[in-house]
Design a protein around this ligand. Structure first.
Ligand code: GTP
Ligand code: MG
Length: 328
């Protein structure tokens, strides 16, 4: 699981210079030379630790799961992230070099307080050079915090025209109250609910406004969101309202179904909603009002989750499945 909320706040150049010098200013010593050397070592340590903290809080972007890599790339841009992190590394290297040189100068007899003063100037100028990168990283941190945190468990993505009954179904089959998260780059939200199928925790994702119209009607940003979803989905649950009380003709709904099937190429469960209002039973049908057919839908999901876990546990152990559960 990826949690971008662990990335810390990043100071601006001015704030960082201030932090380092304030810490160095507090340092004492038994004589001017010792005090100067102590200050230099504080500058070196505070800078090194600060840059290390920021750099290490970022994941390795090349090995992120596709969903997150796509999200981070749309939200902030991975190239820029890498460039900015590299600039921090550069600054740290430069500061360490400056400090090493200053230490040598003091040891060879130069005036300690003059050397420290000159070091302050050089260090400040190095940090000022990465002000843009520091600001970019702080902005990136704020935007990445909004990326929904999802579990590495089998994931069902619910699709279908508006008003067909998608959210009502998710509410019925997931045990936990859905958590709502927005895509940081669209106004669209995703609702994530959880359920247990075949002894495994399964994530059920309702995507209001995203998979409810032909993909050709989507703008660029929405298409990126749909692409991100594509990485995430293991199973598509497509809800059809044959009564057409949702306001969309059955034929239109079926053509969206075909489109989504071919775009996602994932196992797809096709179900009829509103079974209390019609008699069509050539697909599993359920009613969110009477509860009719819900168990059948659960079984359909369970069947696919079982197949999915058998084929995927070896590649991506999620720690959620025990051997016993797999064979039961
Ligand atoms: N009779 C009947 N009405 C249903 C059933 N399921 C949902 N509805 C009604 O259909 C309407 C839409 O239900 P939602 O679950 O919100 O549908 P949705 O697909 O999530 O809609 P959007 O989020 O707008 O895309 C609501 O008025 C529900 O009460 C059902 O099984 N039977
Ligand atoms: Mg809904």
């Amino acid at each position: 699981m990826q949690d971008f909320r662990k990335i810390p706040t990043v100071l601006t150049a001015e704030e960082l210079i201030d932090k380092i010098f304030r810490r160095a200013a507090r340092v004492e010593g038994r004589n001017p030379k010792e005090r100067a050397l102590n200050k230099l070592s504080t500058i070196s340590n505070v800078s090194r630790n600060y840059f290390k903290k920021i750099i290490e809080a970022h994941p390795s972007y090349d090995s992120l799961p596709d969903f997150y890599r796509d999200m981070v790339d749309v939200v902030v841009g991975i190239r820029n992230l890498k460039k900015s992190l590299a600039a921090l590394k550069w600054a740290n290297g430069m500061i360490q070099k400056v400090v090493t040189k200053s230490v040598r100068e003091i040891k060879s007899g130069k005036n300690p307080s003059m050397v420290v003063k000159a070091t302050y100037g050089r260090v400040a100028s190095i940090i000022e050079q990465i002000d843009d990168e520091l600001r970019f990283l702080n902005d990136a941190k704020n935007r990445m915090r909004e990326i929904p945190v999802l579990l590495d468990v089998p994931t069902v993505v619910v699709a279908g025209y508006p008003n067909v009954g998608k959210s009502s179904l998710v509410a019925l089959i997931s045990t936990v109250k859905p958590e709502v998260a927005s895509y940081p780059f669209t106004t669209k939200k995703i609702n994530v609910g959880f359920a247990e199928f075949a002894g495994r925790r399964v994530q059920i994702i309702d995507t209001p406004g995203l998979l409810d119209r032909p993909l050709s009607k989507r703008n660029k940003i929405e298409r990126r969101a749909i692409l991100a979803l594509k990485h995430l989905a293991d199973i598509i649950l497509f809800v059809i309202d044959p009564t057409e009380t949702c306001g969309y003709a059955l034929e239109k709904q079926l053509s969206l179904l075909e489109e989504i099937k071919s775009y996602f190429s994932k196992p797809t469960i096709e179900v009829y909603s509103k079974a209390d209002l019609h008699e069509k039973r050539d697909k599993p049908a359920y009613s969110a009002i009477t509860g009719e057919g819900i168990d059948e839908i659960r079984k359909e999901i369970e069947k696919i989750v079982k197949i999915h876990s058998q084929t995927s546990t070896e590649i991506a152990p999620s720690g959620q499945t025990s051997t016993q559960e797999q064979h039961s």
